[in-house]
Every structure is written in C-alpha cells, then in structure tokens.
Design a protein around this ligand. Structure first.
Ligand SMILES: [Zn+2]
Ligand SMILES: [Zn+2]
Length: 343
C-alpha cells in the first residue's frame, strides 16, 4: 500500500478518481491545547458520521490522533470540515487508497488522557512547543554532522528490524523509558549537540522534541512525518536513502521494506532475518522474529512449551487457558528467556 502525503489538489483529485467509489484511508495527528475534549469529540463524531467516516480517533487535552477511512466522494467535504476546525486547518494528512476496505467497521471517537501515552504528569511542559521540523533532504545532511546525536524514539522491537544509519536505538519497551534514558545519556550535551529524532510517523518524536526542549536542550530537531514521509520524499525527489532495513508498522504487515539490508536475526537460530511473527500458541502470542526454517521446525511457535500446547486439541487448549488472561492482540511485546537471539 503506497502512502501519499501532503498532496497537491491535482494529486488528490487523481487519487480520488482512482479510488472511484472506494474509500481513502487517512491518518493525521495534531498536538494542540484542547479546552474541552468531550465537546470536540461530539463535534467531530456528528460531522464525520454524516460523511460515512469510519475509524478510530483519539481526542485528548493535548490534541487529536486519527486513523480513519472516508468514501472518496466525500473527501472534499471531509477536508472542508477539517479546515473549519481552527487547529486542524491544513493539518498534514497521510492518504492511501485502501485495498480491502475492511480496516475500519465503525466510527469510534474516544476521549483519552493522552494521544501518546508518556507516563508524564508535568503541567509545565508544553507539548506544542516542538522542535524544528526537517524534511528528508535536510535530515540527510543533519545526520552526517559530527555534532548530531540521532535518536530513534521507537521501541526496541521496532528499531531492531530497521533504523537510520548511525542512530542510537534505546533498548526500551515504552516511550516513557526512552525519554529518561536519552536525557540521562545526553545530559552533558544539552547545549553543544544537535538532538535529532525520528519515529514511524512523527507523533512520538514531536512530543519528545517538546519534552527535551522543556528539559533544557537547545538544538532539537524532528523528522517531519517520520520514516513514512521520509521514504516518500526520498522516492519522489531521488534522494539518498539512509534508512536500513524495514519500517515496523502497526498492522498485519508488521514491516515495510525500505532497503534490502537485513539488520536483525532470527530469534531462534540467529541467521539474518527480519520477519516478525506471533507465536501460534493462542495463549502466548509473543511477537518475535522467526525464519522460515525455524517456523517449520517449531510449528510457528516461540518455544517447545508453546509447541506442545499448540499441538493439543483445541478444546484442551481452551481448558488450559481458562481463567488466564490471554493476549490475542497481535503486538504482545514481552521479552522471552527462551529465545536465544532475542535482545
Ligand atoms: Zn531461524
Ligand atoms: Zn509462545
């Protein structure tokens, strides 16, 4: 699925035409100071419901994060409506033509505490006071600068299969953990180094950039639109690609190949591999990297224990699971002692 960003009116027209009666999938985020998220939530729901918008939208005091689909024929109405909401005027949209049309079945607009969970409770920190946004070309320049510290603001299982050349990739499970680690590692360089950050689509490093400014860092930069927009610009403008491997994505694909480098290893045999899978044992579902041979040998499981459970009749498996909380989400990100090559 090709992603398109910041389309010109002409490109947009073409996309809608191609989509025909299809739906466009759109994602965007915006940090802002929302006085009353509940009122905004109702406002968005009423307007978008009329346009047959489907999706998952989070509204918080700190802003809006939306993933949705719109019938192509209603796109202009939708865009006009966005522009009528002061802080969403000209917000950068990621737009794609949806292939299966099944990503969203309902319109859910939810009020949340935060749009990106950060575990922070610091009222003096202004999330809209962000770092300097840079595009792919400037970013490529910046990351070659010896005074730059390039930080990957994603979690370990994301940066493991792909990251920018020379990036620091904190070994963390949560956004909150990486904020602390980076601050303590760079505390002596708040003024002399350029802190350059990136993440998948920009939403996390935008918050991080505001956080580090608040913590006294003087030169804070952010890759605008994240790896997704970087890749689009590199392809559109014929720039050098400095991203190695795959971009981890939070859907069934799990990773989008950006370069042919394979920078990670099968967690079971250690050979080069960057395919994420989930353990086939329904009671486990661990997300890990597994090569085809190991998948065959292990019946798609992460361990011999899981393999044994997975081999049991379904009813027996269900009985074993009874009373236990089962994660059936596709991103169980726990770590495992069993996997020899899992970091
Ligand atoms: Zn293997
Ligand atoms: Zn397992």
């Amino acid at each position: 699925m090709q992603l398109y960003n910041t389309l010109s009116a002409k490109e947009r027209e073409k996309l809608i035409e191609e989509a025909g009666k299809d739906r466009l999938t759109i994602s965007f985020y915006k940090y802002a100071h929302i006085g009353n998220p509940h009122i905004l939530r109702n406002h968005l729901f009423l307007a978008w419901n009329d346009m047959d918008v489907l999706g998952r939208i989070y509204v918080a005091y700190e802003g809006v994060n939306a993933q949705l689909s719109v019938p192509a024929e209603n796109f202009q109405d939708f865009k006009n409506h966005l522009d009528s909401v002061t802080f969403l005027e000209n917000v950068r949209l990621n737009i794609a033509v949806e292939q299966d049309n099944k990503s969203f079945l309902k319109l859910k607009v939810k009020v949340r505490k935060k749009i990106v969970a950060d575990g922070l409770d610091d009222k003096s920190f202004d999330v809209t006071d962000k770092g300097i946004h840079v595009g792919a070309e400037k970013f490529n320049e910046l990351i070659e600068d010896p005074d730059t510290v390039l930080v990957d603001m994603r979690n370990h299982y994301e940066s493991e299969i792909g990251h920018f050349k020379n990036a620091v990739t904190p070994d963390v499970d949560t956004f909150r953990d990486s904020l602390d680690i980076i601050e303590s590692d760079l505390t002596a360089h708040k003024e002399d180094k350029k802190l350059v950050m990136y993440c998948t689509g920009g939403i996390r490093c935008e918050k991080a950039s505001a956080y580090y400014k608040h913590k006294g860092f003087k030169n804070v930069y952010q890759l605008e639109g994240g790896i997704i927009e970087y890749t689009r610009q590199v392809n559109a403008e014929g720039l050098e690609n400095k991203f190695l491997g795959k971009n981890f994505v939070f859907d069934h694909r799990r990773g989008e190949r950006i370069s042919n480098d394979i920078i990670s290893n099968c967690h079971q045999c250690g050979k080069p591999c960057d395919t994420h899978v989930n353990c086939a044992n329904e009671a486990c579902h661990l997300l890990f990297i597994q090569c085809e041979e190991c998948a065959k040998a292990m019946d798609d499981c992460c361990s011999t224990e899981c393999q044994e459970v997975h081999a049991l009749p379904f009813e027996e498996q269900k009985r074993l699971r009874k009373g236990k909380t089962v994660s059936n989400k596709i991103f169980k990100k726990g770590r495992s002692e069993v996997l020899k090559y899992k970091k």
